[in-house]
Unconditional design. Sequence first.
Lengths: 236, 381
Amino acid sequence: MQGVVCEQVAIEFPTAAGPLRVLKGVDFLAPAGQLTMLVGPSGCGKTTLISIIAGLLRGATGSVSVFGKQVTSLSGAELVPFRLANIGFIFQQYNLLAGLSAAENAAVPLVASGTPWPAALQKSRALLERIGLGDHLGKLPRQLSGGQQQRVAIARALVHEPRLLLCDEPTAALDGKSGQAVMGLLRDLAVHPERAAIVVTHDPRVYAYADRVAYMEDGLLQKVEEGKAATLANAH
Amino acid sequence: MIRIAFKILLHDTAKYLALVMGIAFATLLISQQSAIFHSVMESSTRDIIEANEADIWVMKPSVETVDQPDQMSELTVNRVRSSPGVEWAVPYYQAVAQLRTSTGRNKSVTLIGVDDSSLVAAPHTILIGSLDDLRRPDAVIIDAAGFATIFPELPLRTGDVVEIGQRRAEIVAISHTGPSWTGLPRIHTRRSLAVEYARETLNPVTYVLARAVPGRSPDEVAREIAGATGLLAHSRAGFKARSQEWVLNYSGVAENFGITILMGVVIGVAIVGQTFYMFSVENLRQFAALKAIGVSNSRILGMISTQALFVSCVGYCLGIGAASLFFALFSPQLTGGLRGMFMDPAIFIGTGVFIVLVTLLSCVVSVRRVLTVDPAVVFRS
């Protein structure tokens, strides 16, 4: 099943020096059941591409399909419930809500979807316990380490069982050991036959967790390597 | 999502308290100054307020405010009594006279002569003595604050003898009245005695107080009195409004209090608006994350409006509570300039509406930032 299909996606931003083409016609595929890494140097357009896939950035040309739904043709009002129902996000800076406990943070997508608090909390607690945060359910983000916060963010991204998981540099703010742990957890939880997972990273140490690695440079997809995660890791 | 809104709001205790205290301070400033202004305006019509048995005041056309009466002849009373729609009418006399104590201390006083037989317009609250004692020879009633001004060394008491207009006057009772516009001690006596104290025998009436027959509107009857007598006649409310309008136009009180209240409003808007705006802007990234996740703008608007309404209600309650405490402490005092000051229910409501509007307005300004924030900002480190 093809999860995310991007065809000839391009976008430019106005600058003082004239229009800046950040994406120049990207063809990109993130199949369901696989963890796809989008890698490349800073400024190559990785984050811009996943912002377009998520419907957070509009104005791109080309076609973006998420499980058969043309994201580029959805209106702003249609994109909001689409994101809520279909996409889970993991951000580099976690972006947990400071006043909410770990369990409450993880429950936010469910609450936003209309699930009653008790049911949402029950589900988020179960997920957090599964990822080893059972002793930290009531803690606020500032009481958790970076790795723990990112695990809460993973729980938040997956608690509503989205079909697409978008991760932006999930290990960038973590030390090597925590980064490996987070990626291992992410791979265990995220890879599902009916879910596509895209991880933007420029950290070669985590390539081992990918099923596919797509290399971007200067607004274009340069090459895609497919194969078992371990093989890719050895190759780099 | 409302629960999340509360958690975001209450999480940062320092910012939450700053918001609440800012709103409380603005509420206190606005409500207290408005109430004092309102009380001062009420004090400018103290005689009208206290002579509440009468619902019509008749006077010479030259009168602009109750504290500046013009004398009329006694015949005027009968002309008013014979006007259609009048149930009863009594003479009333008001003047400023000189009081002299046995120790030689001189004071200007407001002398109020009430109808000898009915005692209409006599003070309603007697602290010491009895209203009936006003019928005794040379009897006067003085208000507590006035007594304290004239006899600062004495406790409130009756029996002291003074001179008013070089005539003997005996204090037979102590009354409690609100502060007057002039601040002079208020001395009530029978009108026949008052005109002697004031040495005014030719025109011993300043106002005729009347009551409309049941079922007739005082305004309507006042118009008929004016038509029949050529005098100026107002309902109680109409004369109060006319007197207050004069005070507003000629005293400068409106400008002075207006500036203070305006400052309260400006400070209130600045504190409430700025603090709430900063609060929302500082939480911008959290709202952006919610937007990225898929929370709609309308739900975020609901969250911010809830936060605004909650802090404005808590701040308002604290501020209005402090203002009420202020008046509860000072209003019952028998002496002092703040005695009798009070907060009208309209000020409670008006200040509340204003505070909620200002908070919602600042909420609208900050919401614009939140609603237009690019949710993709959450992808930036």
